[in-house]
Structures are given as structure tokens and as C-alpha cells.
Write a protein that binds this ligand. Structure first.
Ligand code: GDP
Ligand code: MG
Length: 172
């Protein structure tokens, strides 16, 4: 069994903690403390192989701090989170993605997944699927539309990332 460090990044309030806690504990936490930064661990079997994910739910108020650099250095895979109900939160991901690539020496194959949250809030939706599809193609990063509240497509995010990490960091 191998262990992979995953870092969850994105603007404040987009649902990073709700997504992380849904994956780790399979519950929806309505009001998670926005200042709490926590690391969780969960075993996960994908394609018949058991591994362990160590998931860091970041809570930085500012997006581009030097702290981010520290997290990115130690991270093996990245979950880039935005809210489908907030267009601006998607634009922020481009900066995060560039920061990750810079810290990782410019290798565009660094394992990443783009995640749109709050899919259940249909009436508040601001970001259209084709907008995400275009960015996803341009960045060459897979994307998922999720709901932590309804538990839609949350596990798929981490399974995809684990497959990418296995490929990118071959076992010795
Ligand atoms: P973070 O700051 O990125 O960690 O965001 P949180 O996980 O704390 O979520 C911010 C707010 O969005 C909270 O009020 C959550 O209850 C809400 N939220 C998060 N995910 C979902 C979701 O999938 N559906 C709905 N309806 N609300 C969500
Ligand atoms: Mg949080």
C-alpha cells in the first residue's frame, strides 16, 4: 500500500471542507469552521489496489500565500475546487494551476482534478458546463461537477486523482 498526499485548494467558501469531509467520513457538514485546516487519511481501493490518501483541506484566506508554496511542494496531487454558483471562483483556479506548475518545475502532467461544487443548487448556478469543458481541455485536466450535500460524484474525484498519481509516481 502506498500513501499519497493530496492538497485541496480553492477560494474561500467554495466547499473544500464539505467535499473533503464527504469523501473522508461520508457525511455533509453544513457549517464547517472556515479557519480550520486539517489533514485526513483514508484508505481507498481503486482498480483492485488498496492505497491511502492523506488529504489536506486548506483554509487560507488569501489564495497566493507563501504557505501555499509549502503545501504544493509536499503535495503529490491537487484538487482544484470552485463553486458552480460563483463564476469568479473558477477564474481563480487558473492562478492556482499556474502556481502549482511553477512550484513543480513546469511539468504539465502533475496530477490535478478540477471540481465544481454545489451541483444541487440548480437555481444559483452561474457556470455553464461548456465553460468548464473548454477550460478543462485547454488545461488538460479532467473535471467533475459534484455535490457534497447530495454525495454526487465526490468519490470519482479522488479515484481519478489516485489513478493519475499512480501513473505519475511509479512504484519502485
Ligand atoms: P470552504 O471554505 O471552501 O471549505 O467551504 P465549506 O466547505 O465550508 O462550504 C461553504 C458553504 O457552502 C457552507 O455553508 C456549506 O454548507 C456550503 N456547501 C458546501 N458544499 C455544498 C454542496 O455541495 N451543496 C450545497 N447546497 N451547499 C454546499
Ligand atoms: Mg474550509
Amino acid at each position: 500500500m502506498r500513501q499519497f498526499n493530496v492538497v485541496v485548494l480553492g477560494a474561500g467558501g467554495v466547499g473544500k471542507s464539505a467535499l473533503t469531509v464527504r469523501f473522508i467520513r461520508d457525511v455533509f457538514v453544513e457549517n464547517y469552521d472556515p479557519t480550520i485546516e486539517e489533514e485526513y487519511r483514508r484508505p481507498i481501493t481503486v482498480d483492485g489496489q488498496l492505497d491511502s490518501l492523506e488529504v489536506l483541506d486548506t483554509a487560507g484566506a488569501e489564495q497566493f500565500t507563501s504557505l501555499n508554496e509549502v503545501y504544493i511542494k509536499s503535495g503529490k496531487g491537487f484538487v482544484l475546487v470552485f463553486s458552480l454558483t460563483q463564476e469568479a471562483s473558477l477564474q481563480e483556479l487558473d492562478n492556482l494551476r499556474k502556481q502549482i506548475l511553477r512550484v513543480k518545475g513546469g511539468d504539465a502532467r502533475v496530477p490535478m482534478v478540477v471540481v465544481g461544487t454545489k451541483l444541487d443548487l440548480v437555481n444559483e448556478r452561474e457556470v455553464q458546463r461548456h465553460t468548464i469543458e473548454n477550460l478543462s481541455r485547454q488545461w488538460n485536466i479532467p473535471f467533475y461537477e459534484t455535490s457534497a450535500k447530495r454525495n454526487w460524484h465526490v468519490t470519482e474525484v479522488f479515484e481519478d486523482l489516485l489513478r493519475q498519481m499512480r501513473k505519475y509516481y511509479p512504484a519502485d
